[in-house]
Design a protein around this ligand. Structure first.
Ligand code: TXA
Ligand code: MG
Length: 341
């Protein structure tokens, strides 16, 4: 298949992409979090194509993207708590799990009776949704298991020749996938996946906010709250090991290791500056959580391009605010391999 790459200012191209989407084709598009791989959420065959293009297990349900709460209400049962979340955070990087209506095929929700609904704020995502006139099912536009794409180039690396269109809208603002929450009644929320909308922010609109076990640890049971949480995820091809210690402790631990990548903060860039066999890449300043979120996936992909290293050692991110999402993705990339120094 030939993949057409267009930019959002190409009006005819955008119309063609929307038409393709409506008729069962696949279109990758930018959002404020990561790039999505869109298909018609009302069409079971389009969902099957998404799973195939990504190599994604079909027991991992998709998020549907719409432009307003009225559109959301066509496909799921909205509740009071959802309306509050909408007023505070939407459109934006927050996905909510709600009871689904019958018009959403079970292929999209992997047989669940709930559906994940997201109202993105990115103008290109919104334009594509409105031009196509359908709810857009979209997982992240990466091959299953790889770090999510934050640029059109990342999408092309994984999916060129497998999808109809890539809309190149530049690099994604936030850089990690949306926060996913599940309402429990009218005043309780469980965070299934941390993101730009933090637990601290959610607790402003809801009395009880709890973190699902998979947010801070690795899934070990049989039924994860979000099915996607049970796989090693967001991972580059090289093994990732997280080091939990000070700069000095890390320097000592790695003194007898050779040929490795070091995923670190700006403050650590001089630790291995005299060693030719070490490739250090910074996610940003140690307190600059927005930079870390923005760069993490690009850094992980970058290490795969480097010749001659066999392991990535990574600095342990903090767990407050937006850094909880950075921590969560890195822990999953490392398959929970954390060394306490
Ligand atoms: O930021 C994002 O959310 C991006 C952009 C494209 O919108 N999308 C994204 O989709 O990250 P994906 O498919 O990579 O991740 C969706 C996650 C998976 O972990 C999946 O298991 C979970 O949402 N999920 C989907 N439907 C669910 C449901 N009904 N109940 C629980 N978890 C669900
Ligand atoms: Mg994904």
């Amino acid at each position: 298949m030939k993949t057409r790459i267009i930019t959002p200012d190409d009006t005819a191209g955008m119309l063609a992409a929307a038409e393709t989407l409506r008729h069962g084709g696949l279109v990758a598009f930018p959002t404020e979090t990561v790039y999505g791989l869109g298909g018609n959420a009302l069409d079971p065959a389009a969902a099957a194509k998404i799973y195939e293009a990504k190599g994604r297990p079909s027991d991992n349900p998709l998020i549907i993207h719409v432009n307003s709460i009225d559109e959301a209400a066509l496909y799921c049962e909205v509740c009071d708590l959802y309306e509050r979340l909408y007023r505070h955070f939407l459109p934006g990087p927050l996905t909510v799990i709600l009871p689904k209506r019958d018009n959403i095929p079970s292929e999209v929700t992997a047989g669940l009776d709930t559906v994940a609904v997201r109202i993105p704020s990115h103008p290109v995502a919104r334009k594509l949704i409105s031009l196509s006139g359908i709810p857009v099912a979209a997982p992240s536009a990466n091959s299953s298991g790889r770090p999510s794409p934050t640029t059109a180039l990342h999408v092309a690396e994984d999916l060129i020749g497998r999808i109809d269109f890539i809309i190149d809208g530049g690099s994604c603002d936030f850089g990690l996938e949306s926060t996913i929450v599940k309402p429990e009644g009218n005043n309780r929320l469980t965070v299934l996946r941390p993101g730009a909308v933090t637990p601290e922010m959610l607790s402003k609109v809801c009395d009880e906010v709890t973190l699902a076990p998979s947010v801070t640890g690795f899934f070990r049971g049989t039924t994860p709250e979000a099915p996607g949480m049970k796989y090693r995820h967001y991972a580059p091809n090289l093994p990732v090991v997280i080091l939990d210690g000070s700069g000095k402790e890390i320097e000592n631990f790695l003194s007898d290791k050779t040929n490795f990548g070091f995923l670190c903060f700006d403050e650590d860039m001089d630790i291995f500056q005299d060693r030719d066999d070490v490739v250090a890449i910074s996610m940003g300043g140690c307190s600059d959580y927005a930079a870390q979120a923005h760069r993490l996936f690009d850094c992980l992909r970058h290490f795969d391009e480097v010749e001659g290293i066999d392991t990535i050692y990574a600095r342990m991110p903090r767990r407050d605010g937006v850094s909880l999402a950075v921590f969560n993705r890195l822990v999953k990339a490392a398959g929970m391999d954390i060394r306490k120094l």
